[in-house]
Design a binder for this molecule. Structure first.
Ligand SMILES: NC(=O)c1ccc[n+]([C@@H]2O[C@H](COP(=O)([O-])OP(=O)(O)OC[C@H]3O[C@@H](n4cnc5c(N)ncnc54)[C@H](O)[C@@H]3O)[C@@H](O)[C@H]2O)c1
Length: 312
């Protein structure tokens, strides 16, 4: 397992798969995107080209670097050919337990035991995804964030079967490739990032549901309040900064008033039942014109590109 990781194969060349491909091709890896059909290949090529163009236009990479990325990425249809030289395989197919389980079983059968198999599931159990495979010590979760080449964090999730060697090899590889990996010691739903993100969303929806503030005001309070600190200050450091005594006294007073439902919000249920799916339908919790949708996406991308440039 201690061999160098240089050859990456990615299953599921969609939004995440092609983004992960850009990241490692940029760092000089040989990247294979395994496509099953022309529409998957077309999507991947278009997505990679568009993102490279965007990064060049924003001075985050040179034209030559963009060409190197394209040169380092190959699209292959045949599964055996796609994994032939792989050191590390990232699975990025749709979020469906059975499809992921079956793919891992197949990969476990055809790949030599020293090939690491990683799933990019957003929230599902890595243990369950690995359950149909035999060599489970080499199966691990690697949860990237979208866009994978702009957001540094990758959560590495181990199961009870994953070997220390595999966790360490993936950690070192991701770190060397410019990511910010963190180790998650238990295979719990949502890992770290999505647990925190959805704890915040539950409270945000509760605030709107109970008429405490409207949706736009909630977002404003986050963006211009504690959200301004979060790039440099996490909640644990913040608790120490204000003092554990103050943090305890606030928890003692406040926790009983916070949302604690284990059911999804009525706001979301009503939206989905009414066909109000957010940006894609022009209305969700709030209304969105096509111009506002484009502006919001552009604002996020510009912010992420700027922070990439600041890190370079
Ligand atoms: N979108 C995000 O923000 C995000 C973030 C982190 C993790 N993830 C996870 O990454 C994975 C991929 O998500 P995405 O957003 O890139 O989705 P996507 O729809 O863009 O890509 C999924 C890919 O899987 C392919 N696919 C569909 N059915 C398949 C099948 N039966 N067998 C093999 N491949 C199949 C699709 O053609 C596509 O290429 C999911 O597990 C998702 O939960 C998504």
């Amino acid at each position: 397992m201690s061999k160098e990781i240089k050859n990456i194969t990615i299953f599921g060349p969609g939004m995440m798969g092609s983004g992960i491909g850009i990241q490692f091709a940029q760092k000089g890896c040989n990247v294979i995107l395994r496509a099953r059909a022309q529409f998957e290949e077309d999507y991947a090529v278009e997505n990679i080209d568009r993102n490279i163009k965007d990064m060049i236009e924003n001075d985050c990479m040179t034209v030559e670097e963009g060409e190197t990325i394209k040169k380092n990425i190959k699209i292959i249809y045949d599964i055996n050919e796609a994994v032939k030289d792989a050191d590390l395989i990232f699975e990025c197919v749709i979020e469906d337990m059975q499809i992921k389980q079956d793919l891992f079983k197949e990969l476990d059968e055809i790949c030599p035991e020293n090939v690491i198999l990683a799933t990019n599931t957003s929230v599902m159990s890595i243990t369950e995804i690995a359950s149909k495979s035999v060599h489970r010590h080499r199966i691990v979760g690697t949860h990237f964030w979208n866009p994978a080449f702009l957001i540094p964090l990758v959560e590495i999730i181990r199961t009870e079967d994953t070997s220390d060697e595999v966790v360490d090899a993936v950690y070192d590889f991701l770190k060397d490739a410019g990511k910010r990996p963190v180790k998650v010691n238990k295979d719990v739903p949502g890992f770290i990032g999505n647990r925190l993100q959805h704890a915040l969303l539950r409270e945000a929806l509760y605030i709107v549901e109970n008429g405490i503030a409207d949706a736009a005001t909630v977002d404003e309070a986050v963006k211009y309040g504690f959200g301004m600190r979060t790039p440099v200050l996490g909640p644990m450091e913040h608790a120490d900064m204000v003092g554990t005594d103050l943090s305890l006294s606030i928890q003692t007073y406040l926790l009983k008033h916070l949302a604690s439902s284990t059911e999804p919000s009525h706001i979301l249920k009503d939206c989905v039942e009414g066909g109000d799916l957010g940006f894609k339908s022009g209305k969700g919790i709030q209304e969105w014109s096509p111009e506002e949708v484009a502006k919001s996406k552009r604002r996020l991308n510009d912010h992420l590109l700027k922070s990439l440039k600041d890190r370079q």
